[in-house]
Ligand binder design. Structure first.
Ligand SMILES: C[S@@+](CC[C@H](N)C(=O)[O-])C[C@H]1O[C@@H](n2cnc3c(N)ncnc32)[C@H](O)[C@@H]1O
Length: 284
């Protein structure tokens, strides 16, 4: 009898439902050897094609190669350019939020997390990293890890957090440099972590109210994973969290019920609410 060997090929988990996947790397119009070398390095890091600029406009390069987006390196700049917009790293609203905390104001996310100095935070939906930045600032010396499933977005944010400069705001810079950016799917990442190994596990999914995001979020939307949170992910998050899991959603979102959240924090007038799953208080 002949033997049959069955080989199971496990597909790598996709980056999620994004609007763009045909992306290339090029340089700014004015470029030198250094920026070409930098672009080549990015193209190899991200496994994306490198296109010589050759004086062409970004639109021309996009059209010729049918690219949906281009990562453009300049002198200390890294910009993601697509038809209809561009995106680069900046601290966004976190700068203002940190200033307000320093002035004694309360931050809704920090309250929902019940974050204490030294706490560790796993931000499972890093995006631009604004929430992670505020958490890093408030936790002072606590560790903050940000998980982002889009390889291009996590690359831009990692480089931004490493190199962004602001001579007048050392709180911002110190907090930024402490964040570890990881390109991974949060479910797979959580699965590898031991029980009770992180104080707070945090989610701010893209899924809710499409189109009603802030301008900075609209800018990176084409790169972002728009899948809803899964109940399996929340189960893993509860296992990994030492204190609590916090989910940011639009107020009155049916996502809270679907994910088993019954404690909600947020002001009556805010369009945003935070669902809280206390360790030990969750049943599926
Ligand atoms: C609404 S944004 C988060 C914004 C972020 N809180 C901030 O302050 O900038 C959601 C992010 O989560 C990412 N994301 C969605 N599903 C993910 C998954 N399964 N694993 C890792 N990241 C994911 C998206 O790509 C997107 O960048």
């Amino acid at each position: 009898m002949s033997q049959v060997t069955i080989i199971v090929i496990r597909k790598a988990r996709p980056e999620g439902r994004t609007e763009m996947n045909k992306i290339a790397v090029t340089t700014a119009l004015r470029n030198d050897d250094k920026s070409v070398q930098r672009a080549l390095k990015i193209s190899s890091d991200l496994n994306l094609p490198f296109i010589l600029r050759n004086g062409r406009s970004l639109d021309e390069i996009r059209r010729e190669g049918c690219y949906q987006g281009l990562l453009v390196t300049g002198n200390n700049t890294l910009v993601f350019s697509y038809q209809g917009g561009e995106f680069f790293y900046h601290p966004g609203l976190s700068k203002l939020r940190i200033k307000e905390i320093l002035n004694g104001k309360k931050d809704k996310m920090i309250e929902a997390m019940d974050l204490k100095k030294g706490d560790s935070v796993l931000d499972c939906t890093l995006g631009l990293g604004s929430d992670a930045l505020v958490a890093a600032f408030f936790s002072v010396h606590g560790s903050v890890i940000g998980i982002e499933s889009s390889s291009v977005l996590s690359y831009i944010v990692r480089k931004g957090m490493e190199f962004y400069q602001d001579d007048k705001d050392f709180h911002l810079i110190n907090s930024m440099r402490r964040i570890k950016v990881v390109n991974a799917d949060h479910y797979s990442y959580l699965q590898k972590l031991p029980n009770n190994s992180v104080d707070i596990v945090y989610f701010d999914p893209m899924f809710r109210i499409p189109g009603k995001k802030s301008p900075s979020m609209q800018a990176f939307k084409p790169l972002s994973n728009q899948d809803p949170l899964s109940c399996e992910t929340i189960k893993e998050a509860i296992r990994v969290a030492k204190k609590r899991v916090v989910i940011k959603e639009s107020a009155n979102s049916s996502e809270f019920t679907r994910l088993g959240v019954n404690k909600i924090s947020g002001s009556k007038y805010s369009p945003i609410a935070y669902g809280i799953l206390e360790k030990g208080g969750y049943s599926d």
